[in-house]
Design a protein. Structure first.
Length: 399
């Protein structure tokens, strides 16, 4: 029996929400931000701190380290040691710090595309160059093209590889064998691995992610991993994350860079919220994962039966669905604009993720079931109107 409420719609308009800063009548199902309240255990911990009433400079206490170490041990069967860990205000700041520390201007940073678009920002904004290794897409599934991947790593200008594990936007959990091969190739070519594992706790029930650093000594000693409670527990606005590396030299380097970049000091609620999530939020998270899993099933079945013009790529992680629209367009920007204009449904055009994303849309289903139903009705109307528009255009006679 469910203990937590994920069905109630929380009105987020006029709350300075980035996601909900939209016109009246529009339905945002784009940015990776859940429409659920945080776990009551987290809210209680923050509320208790608010009651104290003094919000001076905080320190990072032992409880924060213990919470992360305990969570990864019990949830992911991976032993992290305290000296590997550093606090950071977010995974994206950590990625940008890593790009600055482990590469030099004009060098390549390798990424497997389509991938989280902010990777590109962290690379380009710091004067480095993106080197894409497109994932192979066949029969509705993605795999790494290792021949191309090694070719990109072998380039003398490649110094860094950013891994997305699990992979956003395709929702894939990389297995241990794949991760081990990645680690071997990166070590072979002298390329440092930065592993973004922010979605690691958002796997389908029964599915488990594999921490990159857990696979082998080679992987552990040639990597820095970025983790956070922010995505799984919907507390991104509290700016709380962590990085860790077993390699003391790599850890010292990223720790120094985080401090240099002024992203190593928590706000007064950051550690408290993360501690509550990792010590008291397990039951809430398990119910959330089950709820999102049902939402994903609903979307897949609806699309299969009602919108056969598109295809929902199978996935076992994240609350994001990757929708293959290649049968109707190679311009997802145009399709996304049309659907939003016609129906108010706001989805993300896949072109921003690189690779073959130009024919895809990304849909966020971390919301109440009634919102999912609303979104699907709008999606059906938008896709069918778009197909009708194209048919009329193609059948027109121009004189």
């Amino acid at each position: 029996m469910a203990v937590y409420d994920f069905d109630t719609i929380v009105d987020r308009k006029h709350t300075a929400s980035y996601k909900w800063d939209v016109k009246d009548g529009e339905l945002p199902m784009w940015v990776a931000d859940m429409d659920f309240k945080a776990a009551p255990e987290i809210i209680d911990a923050i509320s208790e701190r608010v009651k104290h009433g003094v919000f001076g400079y905080p320190i990072i206490e032992n409880d924060w380290y213990d919470a992360l170490i305990g969570w990864w041990k019990t949830r992911h069967n991976f032993a992290i040691e305290r000296e590997w860990l550093s606090f950071c205000t977010g995974v994206v700041p950590a990625l940008s710090s890593a790009v600055r520390k482990f590469s030099t201007p004009a060098e390549y940073v390798v990424v497997l595309t389509p991938v989280y678009n902010i990777f590109f920002n962290s690379i380009v904004n710091n004067g480095r160059r993106i080197l894409e290794s497109p994932l192979a897409y066949k029969d509705g599934a993605y795999e790494i093209d290792f021949e191309d991947f090694e070719k990109k790593l072998a380039d003398p200008q490649s110094s860094l590889f950013i891994l997305c594990n699990p992979h956003n936007p395709v929702g894939k959990i990389w297995d241990a064998k794949t991760l081990e091969r990645i680690g071997q190739l990166c070590a072979k070519h002298g390329v440092t691995v930065i592993s973004d594992e922010i979605h690691c706790d958002l796997t389908d029930p029964g599915a488990a992610y594999v921490p990159f650093a857990s696979v082998s000594e080679t992987c552990a000693m040639n990597s820095v991993t970025c983790v956070a409670a922010s995505k799984a527990f919907n507390i991104a606005g509290l700016h709380t994350a962590a990085v860790f590396s077993k390699n003391p030299k790599l850890h010292a380097k990223i720790d120094r860079q985080l401090n240099t970049d002024e992203v190593a000091e928590p706000n007064v609620f950051a550690c408290i919220a993360a501690q509550a999530a990792f010590t008291k939020g397990g039951a809430w998270l398990d119910e959330l994962r089950a709820y999102i899993f049902e939402n994903k099933k609903t979307v897949r079945e609806f699309i299969k039966n009602e919108i056969p013009e598109i295809f929902a790529v199978p996935s076992n992680a994240t609350y994001l669905l990757w929708l293959d629209c290649s049968k109707i367009t190679e311009d997802s920007n145009d399709l996304a604009r049309f659907i939003r204009s016609e129906t108010g449904l706001y989805l993300t055009a896949g072109s921003i993720y690189g690779g073959n994303g130009r024919s895809f849309l990304r849909m966020n289903v971390a919301c109440p079931k009634s919102t999912v139903d609303d979104g699907l009705a709008r999606l059906k109307a938008g896709v069918h109107a778009y197909c009708g528009k194209r048919e009329i255009k193609n059948n027109s006679t121009y004189i």
